[in-house]
Design a protein around this ligand. Structure first.
Ligand code: C2E
Ligand code: MG
Ligand code: MG
Ligand code: MG
Length: 284
């Protein structure tokens, strides 16, 4: 079940003894929510050209009492297998919206809040109702400020069902993003059929964008295509000034990555939002 991602490296590094324990984590999942071991970090999304804050992406963190931080690339698949993805997903959404509500009060400039949704979560019965309920509870946040990030793999499972769910989410007024574009079975027909608003180009392309002509050609072409389809483009994983320059030159509207900011704790976002100018990095 090699899904890729950082989780596997973590497991490999732990060694056999720890690996056993790691397997036991699935059992511990039951207690995760009740014991307060989860929290959300938030990574800024900025306008590529100006570095102005445009949004925040919610990234779940699980701090295990013995093992420390378990990355979402391990937590999410475990939660899906163990049948907890709905509870965890609901917790993430509620927490993110309650934080966003606090931020919206102190902020005159509107910004978006992105939440990742796993394929199994998206397709589960009642997901649309959960989103509606959570949005209803947060009056201060206009639904289009909520961005739900999905991956192409949802279309593989049951494309028709996925299309229906996305349509219902659309009716709620939320914004939809296609995450990690270019890594999966990227098919242009998805872009034609599925009602997404944002395309997030995976960081594997961005990491080579200034050194590998093929990567930069792909990012440029995908960006142009997305724009012609009326989509907004986010470059993921911008780490250096050179990558940022390339991303700007190729027309990616928004950027996210360590160059601008790492994922921040909620209190760090509070502090960030109190700065007079919201321009990253450097700020002030
Ligand atoms: P993603 O949605 O593509 O999120 C971006 C990931 O890239 C995050 O990893 C982020 O910390 C990392 N990242 C951001 N900028 C850079 C950079 O400049 N360089 C590098 N090397 N990495 C960067 P993270 O937090 O480990 O999350 C991994 C994945 O786990 C996410 O990928 C997302 O698919 C999933 N995930 C995270 N939180 C949730 C959640 O609440 N629910 C669900 N279903 N999935 C989640
Ligand atoms: Mg994402
Ligand atoms: Mg991504
Ligand atoms: Mg990614």
């Amino acid at each position: 079940k090699r899904r890729g991602g950082n989780g596997l490296f973590v497991v490999d590094d732990l060694g056999e003894a720890l690996l056993d324990r790691y397997r036991r984590l699935e059992v511990d999942l039951v207690e995760v929510i009740t014991r307060g071991q989860l929290h959300n970090d938030y990574q800024p999304v900025v306008e590529s050209g100006t570095g102005a804050l445009a949004g925040l992406e919610t990234l779940i963190r699980w701090t295990h009492p013995e093992l420390g931080v378990v990355p979402p690339s391990s937590l999410i698949p475990m939660a899906e297998r163990a049948g907890f993805i709905d509870s965890i997903g609901r917790w993430v959404l509620q927490q993110a919206l309650s934080d966003a509500r606090r931020w919206a009060r102190t902020q005159s400039r509107p910004f978006s809040l992105a939440v990742n949704v796993s394929p199994q979560q998206l397709m589960s019965v009642g997901f649309v109702e959960v989103v509606r309920d959570v949005l209803d509870a947060v009056q201060d946040l206009s639904p289009d400020r909520l961005v739900l990030e999905i991956t192409e793999s949802v279309f593989l499972r049951d494309g028709r069902k996925a299309l229906q769910v996305l349509g219902e989410l659309r009716e709620l007024g939320v914004t939809l993003a296609l995450d990690d574009f270019g890594t999966g079975y990227s098919s242009l027909s998805y872009l034609r059929q599925f009602p997404v608003d944002i395309l997030k180009i995976d960081r594997t392309f961005i990491s080579e964008i200034d050194t590998d002509p093929a990567s930069s050609a792909i990012v440029g072409a995908v960006t142009d295509l997305a724009h012609r389809l009326g989509l907004v483009v986010v470059a993921e994983g911008v780490e250096t000034a050179a990558q940022r320059r390339a991303v700007v030159d190729l027309g990616c509207d928004y950027s996210q990555g360590y160059y601008f900011a790492r994922p921040l704790s909620a209190p760090d976002v509070d502090r960030l939002l109190h700065r007079p100018r919201l321009t990253l990095p450097g700020g002030s």
